[in-house]
Write a protein that binds this ligand. Structure first.
Ligand code: G3I
Length: 336
């Protein structure tokens, strides 16, 4: 398909990226990736369960090929993610006796030392090769009175794990942009908690450079106005912002299911993509990168979340053809 390169179209505004795994490094997928994307995020390969499944035994069998592909093709890499509550092996939260940790000073010290060792090993391996890292992922929970996720990290260390992770990350790779990444950041309660948290951390001298807005959305959510207001609020903190995991589900509830996606849904999806990209582009001074959470509709986490169903949340379809959503961003009519 002789169509405009997305990364060339968006170059005046920001870097555009896609989350990938090893299947996307081959054949026609690799061709599409190289043509349109200036950045890649390993979708799973750098997570704790992939890189340190047992203590001190580091494996990079999935991550190395992705980073090497990027290097060979002049593509930038975002690291994702060093500290998270999900996809983290159970051993991380076991005490010296092998039991689940309880909040004691000894366990706090043990957990933070594991965190520091992990960051030194994983970040250290790619030192100088990542332009950004999601150092800490998904710390918010609006159902808690303090707005923070009461993960094991939080239960054992309070919020110290966040500051510790950023300080360690900065020491390992001072040139990498360090991000705190979260979802649904346009929701007022979550947005406000994150704003206060990042402001407090920065006031304490914690080296946090960037807020990552995941931007998993759907045909009618989030709105352009909430998205613009969110970006403008975080700009006041003097941090960079990145859109880190964007996709637009064709469903607006948790139960519907299509066997064929209606054209009307794809048209509405294109309008949502255009509305949000218009916001990103008009805030280009505050946003350095926009990453889609996948290369094409043939590989998306939304086919199994929140239930197993056919979704089509990205810019290219299952045959890797450009969708209406792509054309809405490029600002042209489809060429045949
Ligand atoms: O690796 C195993 C494989 O050995 C096994 O055969 C297979 C069977 O199901 O599962 C494989 O693990 C899966 C893994 O992806 C790798 O494909 C897990 O079951 C599956 O749960 C996991 O899902 C990932 C999810 O994070 C985990 O929560 C998605 O691919 C990934 O796209 C998704 O990404 C997250 C971001 O990291 C953070 N923000 C939200 C986003 C979407 O959930």
């Amino acid at each position: 398909q002789d169509i405009p390169s997305l990364k060339d179209v968006l170059a005046p505004d920001f870097t555009v990226g896609a989350a990938v795994g090893r299947p996307q490094l081959l054949g026609v997928h690799a061709d599409l990736l190289k043509k349109h994307f200036g950045s890649i995020t390993p979708g799973n390969a750098l997570k704790w369960d992939a890189t340190e499944p047992t203590e001190g035994a580091f494996t990079f069998t999935d991550a190395d090929p992705i980073v090497d592909f990027a290097t060979a093709n002049g593509i930038k890499v975002r690291g994702h993610t060093l500290v998270w509550h999900d996809q983290t092996p159970a051993w991380v939260f076991r005490d010296a006796d092998g039991n689940t940790m309880t909040p004691t000073p000894a366990n706090k010290a043990l957990l933070l030392s594991r965190l520091e060792n992990h960051i030194r090993a994983v970040m250290g391996r790619y030192q100088g090769r990542m332009y950004a890292w999601d150092v800490v992922n998904e710390v918010l929970d609006e159902s808690q009175s303090d707005g923070l996720r009461h993960s094991m990290w939080y239960q054992i260390t309070g919020t110290d794990y966040i500051a510790d992770a950023f300080r360690t990350a900065h020491a390992v790779d001072p040139g990498a942009e360090l991000c705190l990444n979260d979802y649904n950041t346009t929701v007022p309660a979550r947005r406000q908690t994150l704003y206060t948290l990042v402001g407090t951390l920065k006031a304490q001298g914690v080296p946090i450079d960037c807020v990552g807005h995941q931007m998993h959305g759907n045909l009618q959510w989030p709105s352009a106005s909430d998205t613009a207001a969110t970006i403008e609020q975080f700009a006041q903190l003097g941090v960079d912002q990145q859109i880190t995991e964007m996709d637009v589900s064709v469903y607006t509830d948790n139960t519907s299911s299509y066997t064929t996606i209606p054209d009307a849904a794809l048209t509405q999806q294109a309008a949502e993509y255009k509305a949000l990209f218009d916001v990103y582009r008009s805030h280009r001074a505050d946003i350095s990168a926009v990453t889609l959470w996948g290369l094409a509709d043939d590989d998306s986490w939304l086919d199994s979340f929140p239930v197993n169903r056919l979704d089509a949340p990205l810019l290219f379809d299952r045959q890797l053809q450009a969708k209406a959503a792509y054309w809405s961003i490029v600002g042209q009519s489809p060429t045949s």
